[in-house]
Ligand binder design. Structure first.
Ligand SMILES: NC(=O)C1=CN([C@@H]2O[C@H](COP(=O)(O)OP(=O)(O)OC[C@H]3O[C@@H](n4cnc5c(N)ncnc54)[C@H](OP(=O)(O)O)[C@@H]3O)[C@@H](O)[C@H]2O)C=CC1
Ligand SMILES: CC1=C(/C=C/C(C)=C/C=C/C(C)=C/C=O)C(C)(C)CCC1
Length: 298
């Protein structure tokens, strides 16, 4: 406890990742692109995965401008075979991945009873199952060398839940459980050279949850996060080899309240803060987009 308190107040030592090979999933997306640029600035070589080839290439172009070696792969993370095949290609064409950032994520954005089964399934496949296949593909080599880092970009909604995002909460709670169990396994096996970091942000202003909002009076106290701030905070935690980060720190409160307070007290707090219906305008947004024919599955 003392050491954790000290780490909160003292500036932790940040590790050097110059020359490490870092794989980032969802690298064409908002946070993925910023992660790629931050890892590039730290001197890591990059392997970028995304199902959106054009967006992924755009990230690669920005990274190359920094003079960093980068390789792109178009992958559908909802397909186990596709993950294993692409992992084999990376090993053969680029080499051994020592940092893996599992960042890609999706949300159905529909009410459970209105949502096509495939869309619900896809959330679990991309946000949760893919973590198994990615880890099975890249951990063995990290274990051989007792060196590596596995980053799981989960969510505040992996620590506490809210209404109407059952698929997303199930997948992110799964991601949190996966991360914790894997971390315990590495510690139990004395593999202290392999680090893990769990990233749990609140709403980030990337468009993924556009419309999601809490009670008006509280929005200025807990505003949506800036994407760059979110990634910079995550980078600090990763380089400090911190096991977990909630962004902002305020998110530890609903996480603790969920565990400590009676259910009814949490329900009352959700109602008071507008946490109970925060997803409804987001779902309305998606409904409007899909009725205009804007839906797309990877
Ligand atoms: N935005 C937010 O409010 C928050 C986000 N997070 C998490 O942060 C991570 C990044 O989110 P963010 O940058 O906002 O989201 P984006 O939608 O901007 O980025 C996600 C990227 O992953 C790609 N992707 C989606 N499905 C697949 C797939 N099957 N195979 C390969 N790539 C895929 C997307 O491609 P395409 O665009 O073509 O679908 C996109 O490029 C996610 O895990 C998300 O859950 C956590 C907390 C809050
Ligand atoms: C439920 C709840 C809240 C709202 C949380 C929200 C709105 C979280 C959204 C997170 C997202 C969109 C994560 C994406 O991965 C409060 C008001 C903080 C506290 C009371 C309980």
């Amino acid at each position: 406890i003392l050491s954790a308190i000290l780490q909160t107040f003292l500036r932790p030592r940040l590790k050097c990742i110059d020359g490490e090979l870092c794989l980032i999933t969802g690298a064409g997306g908002a946070l993925g692109r910023l992660f790629a640029l931050e890892f590039a600035k730290e001197g890591a070589h990059l392997v970028l995965w995304d199902c959106n080839a054009a967006a992924n290439e755009q990230t690669a172009r920005l990274v190359r401008e920094l003079g960093v070696r980068v390789h792109t792969y178009t992958v559908d993370l909802s397909k186990r075979r596709n993950i294993y095949e692409t992992a084999n290609r990376v090993r053969a064409e680029v080499g051994h991945v020592s940092i893996m950032v599992n960042n890609a994520g999706v949300v159905a954005g529909r009410r459970l009873l209105d949502c096509p089964d495939e869309l619900l399934e896809r959330t679990l496949l991309v946000n949760c199952h893919a973590l198994f296949w990615m880890t099975k593909a890249f951990l063995p080599r990290m274990k051989e060398q007792n060196h590596g880092h596995i980053v799981t970009v989960a969510s505040a909604l992996g620590l506490f839940s809210t209404a109407c995002v059952e698929d997303y909460c199930a997948s992110k709670f799964g991601a949190v459980g996966f991360h914790e169990s894997l971390t315990h396994e590495l510690i139990a096996e004395d593999l202290n050279g392999i680090k893990t970091t769990l990233v749990c942000p609140y709403i980030v202003d990337t468009g993924m949850f556009a419309g999601c909002e809490i009670r008006k009076e509280l929005r200025s106290i807990i505003p949506p996060l800036e994407p760059l701030y979110t990634v910079q905070q995550s980078m600090k935690a990763i380089l400090a080899e911190q096991q977990m980060i909630c962004i902002p720190r305020l998110m530890y409160i609903p996480f603790l309240a969920r565990a400590l307070l009676p259910w009814e007290a949490n329900v009352a707090t959700y109602r008071f803060m507008g946490g109970d219906k925060c997803m409804l305008p987001f779902i309305k947004n998606i409904e409007m987009k899909t009725s205009n024919g804007h839906t797309k599955l990877c």
